[in-house]
Ligand binder design. Structure first.
Ligand code: HH2
Length: 266
């Protein structure tokens, strides 16, 4: 069992837990390198918050936020770009990213066109960030999310994408009961044969379950879910607290960083 850690680097003024922290490119680069030293195999750079209620950010502004940081980090670590925009994904790959973290699960043609060595994360979301938490509904959330992800992943594979990750999208158009059901059945996603990524770090379900803890005070819950994901066979966790997560995963017997092969070509 081996699991990789993807470190979150949001270059946004409004992300739910690190908004405004890394808007200065030098500070962002320093944080990215710090996460590498802490054991992150991938640094996920995003220029648009997709928290509940967030409004879309235009391509030019996303590019202004992320491209300089991606170019500076890429010689040191595998970089993913967290975007739902074709134009931003293309520009980020040009700048040195080699993984497209796509919460819209629609950008695989960009990845296929980029050729070997570039991977794609397909995440499930019901609705759009601005309104997705208003009234999400599912007949069977586990079945529906799995069917959606497998269909997208198969299309991408048929289109020539070699490296595919599927992600249930914790908190994206889901109530607490939906998030818990998906976390309880991560084994079903793992059994599809596609690599699975989970992002539960500091998310709202932890605040709900832990007596209203604010986003900066959800470390224990985040670690518990990372460990749970690892035990279910998930291949990568997307987290804000890299050092603590790497330590927690080592303690449960995972080989930790540099073991999962997600670094891509040297
Ligand atoms: N969650 C967030 C953003 N991107 N990507 C994947 N693959 N999976 C996730 O669960 C996921 C994601 C939201 O978290 P964060 O980036 O910390 O906040 P914000 O969207 O406010 O920038």
């Amino acid at each position: 069992m081996a699991i990789a850690v993807m470190g979150v680097l949001n270059i946004t003024p409004d992300s739910f837990s690190d908004g405004g922290c890394w808007t200065d490119p030098e500070r962002a680069l320093a944080r990215g390198l710090e996460m590498v030293a802490e054991g992150a195999e991938v640094v996920d750079v995003g220029g648009e918050s997709t928290r509940p209620g967030a409004e879309p950010v235009g391509d030019a502004e996303q590019c202004r936020r992320v491209l300089e940081v991606i170019a500076a980090l890429a010689p040191h670590v595998r970089v993913s770009v967290d975007t739902r925009s074709v134009g931003v994904a293309e520009a980020a790959l040009e700048a040195g990213a080699s993984l497209v973290n796509d919460v819209s699960a629609s950008l695989w043609p960009v990845v296929a066109a980029a050729g070997p060595g570039v991977g794609w994360v397909a995440m499930h979301m019901q609705g759009e960030p601005a309104t997705m938490q208003a009234d999400p509904r599912y007949a069977d959330v586990v079945v529906e999310v799995q069917a959606f992800l497998v269909a997208r992943a198969r299309a991408a594979r048929a289109g020539g994408v070699e490296e595919i990750w599927i992600d249930p999208g914790i908190g994206f158009g889901k109530l607490l009961e939906h998030n818990l059901a998906l976390l309880a059945r991560l084994d079903r996603l793992v059994a599809t044969g596609f690599s699975v990524l989970v992002g539960a770090s500091r998310k709202g379900l932890l605040g709900t379950l832990l007596d209203g803890a604010p986003s900066h005070d959800r470390l224990e819950g985040s670690l518990a879910l990372a460990v749970w994901a690892a035990c279910q066979g998930v291949g990568m966790v997307r987290v804000h607290d890299v050092a603590a997560t790497v330590d927690a995963l080592r303690l449960v017997g995972d080989a930790g960083p540099r073991s999962s092969g997600v670094r891509g070509p040297a």
